[in-house]
Design a binder for this molecule. Structure first.
Ligand code: ACO
Length: 324
C-alpha cells in the first residue's frame, strides 16, 4: 500500500531574539513569571520578514534536505492563521518564489493544529495516488495579531516557520495513523477576529481589533484532554503501545500543558520533545520546527515511531503517528 513518508524537513526563525526580560520593559511581567508558568525563555519576533518570507525560507531548507526539486512538487499546503493577504494565499506566493511550477497550492486554517491537519490531508492525496510529492508548511507571524499591552497573551507567542516534504513510498515506514477533531462549541475560548462586516448595507464598528483573546485556563484544560485523547487514538489505530514510541512532538504552547499531558497519557515526560524555551508558541509552525530540530540533531533513526500532536483555536486537535 502507498504510504506518505517524510523525505525532508526544514525550519526558519527570524533573527530578532526577544527575551522575557525584554518583554518586562513592555508590560508588567518578569522572567520568573513567564518561565515558571510557561517554560518560555525567549522567542523570535520578526522585524521585517513576512509570513510568506518565513514560509519560503523553511521550504527551501525542506526541499534541500529531501533531494526533491521544486518542479517535482505536486501540491503545496500552507497552514497559517496569520497570512499576509486574504488573497493570494501564502502557498501560491511561495509556489512562485520556489518555482514549483507544477503544483497546486492552498492555505489551510486550523490554528495551532494546522500542521497536523495539513499532514493528514496530504496523506490522503498520496494514499489515493493523486499526488506523489507534497510540500507542507506551517508559517506564522503571530506578532502581528498580539495585543502588546496584554501581558496574559503577548508573552506566549513567537514567529517562525516549519516545513516538510511528504513523498509516496511503498516501504513500511511513513504515516501509519492519524486523527483529527474539532469542537466548535468551544470556539469562543481562543479568538482573533478578522476585518468587520462593514458595507453600505451593514455598518459595523471599525473598532473590532484583529488581536488574540484567550481564556487561558479553559484552553489549558482543553489542551490536556485533547493531547491525551489524540495520542491514545493513534496508538490504538496503529496497534502500538506507548513503550514503542521514541518521541512525542507536541504543539509547543506551554511546558505545564506538556507535563500534564505526559502524566495523563501515562508516558514518561522525557519522551515529549520541547523547544518552546527558545521559540515560544509559534502556532501552526511549532510542530514542524520541533520535528526539524530533532531531525537535524540526529536524534531520529530509521524505524523510530514518533507521534506529532496538536491543539488550537476552533477548537481543533489532532495527531499523526509515523515510522521515521
Ligand atoms: N506576567 C505577570 N503576571 C501575569 C502575566 C504575566 N505575563 N499574565 C497574567 N498575569 C497575572 C494575571 O493578571 C493574574 O493576576 P491577578 O491574580 O492579580 O489577577 C495572575 O497572573 C494569574 O493569571 P491567570 O491568567 O489566572 O494565570 P494562569 O495561572 O492561568 O496562567 C497561562 C496563565 C500561562 C496563560 C495559563 O492559563 C496557561 O498556560 N494556559 C494555556 C493557554 C496557552 O498556553 N495558550 C497558548 C495559546 S493557545 C494554543 O496554542 C492553542
Amino acid at each position: 500500500m502507498m504510504k506518505a513518508i517524510i523525505a525532508g524537513t526544514g525550519s526558519y526563525l527570524p533573527k530578532n531574539i526577544v527575551s522575557n526580560d525584554d518583554l518586562s520593559k513592555l508590560v508588567e511581567t518578569s522572567d520568573e513569571w513567564i518561565s515558571t508558568r510557561t517554560g518560555i525563555k525567549e522567542r523570535r519576533i520578526t522585524n521585517q520578514e513576512t509570513t510568506t518570507d518565513l514560509a519560503y525560507k523553511a521550504s527551501v531548507r525542506a526541499l534541500e534536505s529531501s533531494n526533491i526539486k521544486a518542479e517535482e512538487i505536486d501540491l503545496i499546503i500552507c497552514a497559517t492563521m496569520t497570512p499576509d493577504n486574504f488573497m493570494p494565499s501564502v502557498a501560491c506566493v511561495v509556489q512562485e518564489m520556489l518555482g514549483a511550477i507544477h503544483s497546486a497550492a492552498f492555505d489551510l486554517s486550523a490554528a495551532c493544529t494546522g500542521m497536523i491537519y495539513a499532514m493528514s490531508i496530504a496523506e490522503q492525496f498520496i494514499k489515493s495516488k493523486t499526488y506523489k510529492n507534497i510540500l507542507i508548511i506551517g508559517s506564522e507571524t503571530l506578532s502581528r495579531i498580539l495585543n502588546w499591552e496584554d501581558r496574559g497573551t503577548c508573552v506566549l507567542f513567537g514567529d517562525g516557520a516549519g516545513a516538510m516534504v511528504l513523498t509516496a513510498s511503498e516501504k513500511s515506514n511513513g504515516i501509519l495513523a492519524s486523527t483529527l477533531y474539532a469542537d466548535g462549541s468551544k470556539n469562543s475560548i481562543l479568538t482573533c477576529p478578522a476585518i468587520p462586516l462593514d458595507n453600505p448595507y451593514n455598518r459595523q464598528s471599525k473598532n473590532r481589533e484583529s488581536k488574540i483573546k484567550m481564556e487561558g485556563q479553559e484552553v489549558f484544560k482543553f489542551a490536556i484532554r485533547s493531547v491525551t485523547k489524540c495520542i491514545k487514538d493513534v496508538l490504538q489505530k496503529a496497534d502500538l503501545s506507548p513503550d514503542e514510541i521514541k518521541y512525542i512532538i507536541p504543539h509547543q504552547a506551554n511546558k505545564r500543558i506538556i507535563e500534564q499531558s505526559a502524566k495523563y497519557s501515562n508516558i514518561p515526560e522525557e519522551k515529549f520533545f520541547m523547544n518552546l524555551q527558545h521559540c515560544g508558541n509559534t502556532s501552526a509552525a511549532s510542530v514542524g520546527i520541533a520535528l526539524d530540530e530533532l531531525a537535524k540533531a540526529n536524534k531520529l533513526n530509521t524505524g523510530d515511531y514518533i507521534i506529532l500532536v496538536g491543539f488550537g483555536g476552533g477548537m481543533t486537535s489532532g495527531a499523526i503517528l509515523l515510522k521515521w
